[in-house]
Design a protein around this ligand. Structure first.
Ligand SMILES: [Zn+2]
Length: 386
């Protein structure tokens, strides 16, 4: 399976190099069909005969991935496609449902060039399998099956709620309930640093270095798992109990942009911002919102993004806006009418009120995307690398 991953990576990189070369020479970009023809040549060339040992559909999928990366780039949704490195998101996909067999009763799956493989089930596979992806993460292999099925049009349950995102409290709901932050990264930070130091003392690529690296990867995975679990549990509960969820339209990407600045324009409050950045990225606000979006759509509900200006400074009782209303981080007291409340709850109430206004005006509502299965987390992971 490692070799299959390597072959897919090789094909992806070779095709990308070819496209770049063609561009440099003023030639047009090869389409998917053209790339597939190239692939046939590579598989039969004397230089790379080992490509024939990998399943051809998986290699074609690598070309399709490159094609899509280009499409995202041209649509300005993503940066220019980059070469893949060994050890980074190793995976391969069987895109054709005729190519594999899933035997759920016996917990096994048949894959081309691999045969029957046992797996441990995380949840039942519902519907008609469409494709299978095999991936490697922190030394463990995963198989995921994408399926298609008819779903009854859902009837949303519950009313509308506003959510205020914060650092001290991860999320505050307009009815006064709140979610404590998880801060999984902070909790493991000391351990992470210790193992990072241990790894840096080993000589590179030695057996002990590899062991140290594997240990480090396991910690990273545990952090990621804890965070994913936290986000999924909370977004599931919220989307099950509410038909409309209003949330501030925070641009997490902008907020988490490096505070350091450039030489010409050095950033202000670098230390304060980098602290906040760590909190934002650690807590996964972007992922939280993404999950709410598609889970609400599954349940027939809506996510409404509202303008975030002054949500923490406006009085919900008399609409007076001033920074003096919020003298401390936690407490809100209106200087005009004397309305008092927890500051985060005030934020959430304002978000809800704005959500109602957005809906009443018929302004575009942030619709959930009706994807076949859970959308990938690629978009959410991206800011974490910044
Ligand atoms: Zn007031």
């Amino acid at each position: 399976m490692r070799r299959f991953c390597g072959s897919c990576r090789f094909v992806f990189n070779k095709a990308l190099a070819l496209q770049k070369e063609r561009y440099a020479q003023g030639e047009t970009k090869l389409g998917y069909a053209g790339l597939c023809q190239q692939l046939t040549d590579w598989r039969h060339s004397a230089e790379t005969p080992w490509l024939r040992n990998a399943p051809v559909h998986a290699l074609q999928q690598a070309l399709k991935n490159l094609d899509r990366a280009y499409a995202h780039f041209f649509a300005q949704r993503a940066g220019f496609p980059r070469f893949k490195r060994k050890g980074q998101s190793e995976s391969f996909r069987y895109p054709d449902p005729k190519e594999f067999r899933l035997d759920q009763a016996n917990g096994r799956i048949w894959l081309p060039k691999l045969g029957w493989i046992r797996y441990r089930n995380s949840r039942p596979v519902l519907g008609e399998p469409r494709n299978v992806t095999v991936s490697l993460a922190a030394g463990r292999w995963f198989v995921s099956v994408q399926t298609r099925r008819e779903v009854e049009p859902p009837i949303p349950k519950g009313g509308a709620i506003g959510i205020d995102m914060g650092v001290v409290r991860f999320a505050t709901l307009s009815d006064g309930r709140f979610i404590e932050p998880l801060n999984s990264f902070r909790r493991h930070e000391a351990r992470l640093r210790r193992y990072q130091r241990a790894m840096s003392r080993k000589s590179r690529f030695s057996n002990n270095w590899k062991k140290a690296k594997a240990r480090l990867q396991r910690i990273h995975m545990r952090i990621a798992n804890a965070r994913r679990d936290f986000l999924h549990k909370n977004t599931t509960t919220i989307s099950q109990n509410h038909a409309i969820v209003c949330i501030e339209d925070l641009r997490v990407r902008n907020m988490s942009r490096s505070a350091a600045g450039t030489i010409d324009a050095p950033g202000r409050q670098v230390r304060a911002k980098s602290g906040l950045n760590k909190s934002i990225l650690d807590q996964g606000w972007f992922e939280f919102r993404r999950q709410l979006d598609y889970k609400l759509a599954w349940k027939g509900g809506h996510l409404v993004a509202v303008p975030p200006q002054n949500t923490s400074r406006e009085c919900p009782a008399c609409a007076h806006v001033t920074a003096d209303n919020r003298l401390s981080q936690a407490h809100f007291e209106c200087v005009r009418c004397g309305f008092e409340e927890n500051a985060d709850v005030v934020g959430a109430i304002n978000v809800l009120a704005r959500g109602h206004r957005v809906l009443a005006c018929g302004e575009p509502v942030q619709q959930g995307h009706s994807e076949k299965q859970e959308p990938t987390e690629a978009a959410a992971r991206e800011p974490a690398l910044a």
